[in-house]
Design a protein. Structure first.
Length: 581
């Protein structure tokens, strides 16, 4: 890298003067293009590691993983087989649920459960967690692009296997994911609405099927509230209107199927941000509420994770919980243990948690366990195993992350050796880049590092394209700032008309490389913390989102390595100071 003033050019070898600055310039552009390509490749790899995540838990035989259990056909001892109606209202926020007289009436005679949704707060992963008790890292369902049969047992499998008359009404997705048309006694499946309202039809179907089949496990999924959330936002009148319509239909369903001995469970998969969208970690998205009412339900309020819902329903229904449920029946909302149902769930949970811990962290994870008496004991076992595995993985990844950091620092070092003023200018240009890029991201667009940033899946590509264009714009502004700052430190600098063209061009490349290096340091941090490969748990998706955006920016900055030199050249050519002869 040569400086605009050629300060490093050896005076003794004037013959080399012409070629070396140009060679450094070309080398700098090539390095930037190489970084861009590597970042692009890593972004694609990391994205598909999450989207096409393969659960290590479902890839081993179930008996090996969780151990054998009694066949579903054998009734849980002393348990009352209660009739259950489970209603999933897609995209219903806690606030909206409190405007619904139907749900408020259930709350009054039942239990109001503060619910936390795991990441990513997308529909398929959350439906799967509700119906199987398995969070995304266990079920393998990490996005709405999962279009095959879920690999873990569901409440549908358990209900049908336990001899219950199971009826299912809702969108056809339920067949793709859970194979309900082959499992259930009867189903009524409808295409996902595009503009139309289908909750009324789903309720009609559910009431009719329940009646025709003397159903004792009734499941209905209402998609319309989520559609309104995406279309207008959870803060809109349109959303509130659809919530009111769904409320009337839910009331109709409850009246239509209640025989006085039915357990009602109503809950959403996730909420929505006020402007519409979910997938991330925002409070109204991940903090929702479930309502339980009916025999076996203790009044009051409680807290639960989404993965606790399936085991809790299983205990209330007097059947076994799905085999891969990572959750546990919620004690605080159970009026009684329903015979041996609660004990059976606890025994199952011990088996699951020990297998989970062993899978994560080897035999050592379960070596020191003498007694497991409570839910918190079990939570501790899994938390310890997860922490130990994470610690070991981070130790493994540290050399790679340090190597990457050193490479990033080495690029800055080379620029500094060529010209410390160019380094200072490039760093100032980088600071300008960070200010402009992040001001656009956070202040102008009001985005966050969250999957809720794209309201519809169709917006994903446009979202990333938009960030790449803005990265280039911010980078070019950074180049202009770098030119200005360079002149600040070198008042006597000569311009392009004085033979310093390669130096001024190089300042643009140096700025692009400096920004890429600074982003590279942040990427190195993420790779140490969470790794590019997703093996046994998903990365923190908030940081993962930032990491992917950092890589996207590093990719786009090749455009600045190519266009930026033109901008710094213009400073060297037309800056008022260069006008002087
Ligand atoms: Zn949605």
């Amino acid at each position: 890298m040569d400086s605009p003033a050629n300060e490093m050019t050896p005076k003794k070898h004037p013959a080399r003067l012409g070629l070396k600055p140009w060679a450094l310039l070309v080398l700098g552009v090539l390095v930037s293009l190489g970084i861009s390509y590597a970042a692009y490749t890593l972004a694609g790899y990391s994205w598909s590691q999450v989207v096409d995540y393969k659960s290590p838990f479902t890839s081993m035989p179930t008996d090996t993983f969780t151990g054998k259990r009694p066949p579903l056909s054998i009734a849980v001892p002393d348990a009352t087989p209660r009739r259950v109606v489970l209603v999933l209202i897609d995209g219903l926020t806690d606030a909206a649920s409190r405007t619904m007289p139907s749900i408020n009436a259930l709350r009054k005679r039942g239990n109001d459960v503060a619910l936390t949704v795991p990441q990513p707060s997308l529909s398929y992963p959350a439906w799967t967690t509700i119906l199987t008790g398995a969070p995304p890292n266990v079920s393998g369902v990490t996005t709405n692009w999962y279009e095959q049969r879920v690999a873990v047992e569901s409440l549908f499998d358990v209900a049908a296997g336990s001899g219950r008359s199971l009826v299912v009404a809702g969108p056809t997705d339920l067949d793709t994911l859970f194979g309900v048309s082959t499992i259930a006694t009867a189903t009524a499946l409808t295409d996902w609405p595009e503009g139309g309202y289908i909750t009324n039809t789903i309720v009609d179907d559910a009431i009719r099927l329940a009646d025709e089949n003397a159903a004792d496990f009734i499941f209905a999924l209402f998609p319309d509230v989520d559609e309104a959330g995406h279309g207008y936002g959870a803060g809109s009148k349109e959303y509130a209107d659809v919530v009111a319509k769904v409320d009337a239909d839910l009331e109709r369903l409850i009246e239509g199927v209640d025989d006085g001995e039915t357990v009602f469970v109503v809950l959403p998969d996730h909420g929505h941000v006020a402007t519409g969208g979910h997938g991330g970690w925002e409070d109204p998205v991940i903090h929702t509420s479930a309502t339980f009412a009916g025999p076996g339900v203790k009044g009051g309020s409680s807290t639960a994770l989404l993965q606790d819902i399936a085991p809790t329903i299983a205990v209330l229904a007097g059947m076994q919980a799905p085999q891969y449920a990572a959750g546990l029946a919620v004690d605080a909302l159970l009026a009684d243990p329903n015979g041996r149902a609660k004990d059976a769930d606890f025994v199952r949970a011990i088996g699951f948690d020990l297998a989970y811990a062993r899978t994560l962290n080897g035999q050592a994870a379960i070596k020191d366990i003498s007694s497991l008496g409570s839910a918190s004991d079990l939570a501790q076992v899994t938390a310890d195993a997860e922490a130990a595995r994470l610690k070991a993985d981070r130790a493994d990844r540290l050399p790679m992350a340090l190597g990457l950091s050193l490479a990033a620092l080495a690029i800055l070092g080379v620029i500094g050796v060529a010209s410390w003023r160019a380094l200072v200018a490039a760093l100032a240009g980088s600071a300008a880049y960070l200010v402009v890029y992040n001001a656009l991201f956070f202040l102008v667009h009001r985005f966050a590092w969250s999957l809720s940033a794209f309201n519809e899946e169709s917006q994903v590509q446009a979202f990333f394209n938009g960030r790449m264009i803005e990265a280039v714009i911010a980078g070019l502004i950074g180049c202009l700032v770098a030119g200005e700052i360079y002149l600040l430190f070198r008042p006597a600098a000569k311009g392009t008309r004085h033979g310093f063209t390669p130096g001024w061009l190089s300042l643009g490349v140096a700025t692009a490389l400096a920004i890429q290096s600074i982003l590279g340091l942040q990427v190195a941090w993420f790779l140490w913390q969470w790794g590019a490969k997703t093996v046994w748990r998903l990365p923190d998706l908030r940081w993962g989102f930032k990491y992917d955006l950092d890589l996207i920016q590093m990719t786009a900055l090749a455009g600045v390595a190519i266009l930026g030199p033109l901008f710094t050249y213009l400073v060297g050519r037309f800056h008022p100071r260069m006008a002087k002869p």
